[in-house]
Design a protein around this ligand. Structure first.
Ligand code: NAD
Ligand code: DAU
Length: 331
């Protein structure tokens, strides 16, 4: 099976490539990745000779077309993925998330190739803290940020290409991932590497915002489940019942790293900050039989902390610049 993985040098994509090589002896993987600030060749180290990395842009049709033509399936992870960056400069989000997805869809349409689209729960907007409802596949789209609105637009392009051109596609919308190889601009790795460096963790606003955490391996197992058993044209929500507010997460990181739970700072809030995400993954569980394996957030987080402690050479080159950029905006 020849698999084209876009964004395979990023956080979730690199984990997907490693898992695929480990678990699927018949898989030949080509990674198409622009290697932006968020992509890292080192994340693919040790993945073996069944993985080929092509550096290129998903919005460049001349690059994309021949790679799609020789693939059995495209799994599309590549994106500009960070909300804070999208507030400072939305333009790469529009190009990569919208034009990039359009370019891939045109190529899979031309060559009749199976396509799986990786998306986010943020397309549904946010929930109140006390709302008993969670997001389902029927929740109305209501994105808040330039990031989430470009992801929402990309999902709608996929739906239109399925309906109008019979492109054999599926979509998944997942909640917040954690695990190894996540860029240190993101919440959990930022705080872990802060504590390693003797910097106090930074909580936006009052730290009450809730995210629904899932281990990256559970996300990627769900993606394989959908690729193998999902119905063409369908959307599946992926979540592991992992709701926690940001303050609770920071306190747990501090405790697991041997610090006082109160050693954090409250900093400027994110403009338009989504309050709460929560996923109801009943369709994925009942229709396709998927279940999360990493049910214990505490031990998953402890393993993630150990990974950042043991892999300092992977994140260290970016730490000073990431913190300087946050400090400049009061975060
Ligand atoms: P990431 O930022 O860690 O990685 C993105 C990768 O895409 C990088 O390797 C980058 O170099 C590459 N890329 C960016 N622009 C490109 C372009 N124009 N052409 C080719 N490659 C390009 O992101 P991530 O956290 O791994 O997210 C992967 C996907 O999963 C995204 O589509 C994101 O929306 C989605 N998602 C993420 C989460 C999460 O919690 N991180 C949750 C749900 C969905
Ligand atoms: O829900 C899925 C989404 O999760 C993905 O689509 C995005 O690609 C991914 O980045 C993530 O988005 P969030 O905005 O939720 O993730 P982030 O790690 O940036 O922030 C998580 C929460 O922590 C959020 O409420 C903001 C807060 N935060 C973040 C940082 C970086 C802080 O309190 N302090 C921080 O330093």
């Amino acid at each position: 099976m020849k698999i084209l993985v876009t964004g395979g040098a990023g956080f979730i994509g690199a984990n997907f490539v490693h898992q695929t090589v480990e678990e699927r002896p018949d898989a030949e993987v080509t990674v198409l990745d622009k290697l932006t600030y968020a992509g890292n060749r080192a994340s693919l180290a040790g993945s073996g000779d069944r993985v080929t990395l092509v550096q290129g842009d998903i919005a460049d049709a001349d690059t994309v077309d021949p790679l799609v033509a020789e693939s059995d399936i495209v799994v599309h992870f590549a994106a500009e993925s960070h909300n804070d960056n999208s507030l400072n400069d939305p333009s790469p989000f529009v190009r990569t998330n919208l034009v990039g997805t359009f370019t891939l869809l045109e190529a899979v349409r031309r060559h009749g190739v199976r396509y799986h689209h990786i998306s986010t729960d943020e397309v549904y907007g946010d929930l109140d803290l006390d709302d008993p409802q969670r997001f389902t596949e029927l929740t109305q789209y209501n994105p808040s940020s330039p990031y989430s609105s470009t992801k929402a637009g990309s999902d709608l392009l996929v739906r239109a290409w399925v309906r109008s051109f019979n492109v054999p596609a599926t979509i998944s919308n997942c909640s917040n991932n954690y695990g190894p190889y996540q860029h240190i601009e993101k919440f959990i790795p930022r705080q872990i590497t802060n504590v390693i460096d003797g910097i106090r963790p930074k909580l936006y606003g009052a730290g009450q915002n809730v995210r629904d955490w899932i281990h990256v391996r559970d996300h990627n197992r769900a993606v394989w489940t959908i690729i193998e058993r999902g119905r063409i044209g369908e959307t599946y929500l992926i979540g592991a019942d992992g709701e926690q507010n940001n303050k609770e997460v920071v306190e747990l990181i501090l405790e697991l790293m041997g610090r006082e739970a109160s050693e954090y700072d409250l900093v400027a809030d994110r403009p338009g900050h989504d309050l709460r995400y929560a996923i109801d993954s009943t369709r994925l569980r009942e229709e396709l039989g998927w279940r999360p394996e990493f049910r214990d957030f505490r031990s998953g987080l402890a393993d993630t902390i150990a990974w950042y402690e043991e892999n300092e050479s992977w994140w260290r080159p970016q730490k000073a610049a990431v913190e300087a950029a946050y400090a400049a905006q009061g975060q």
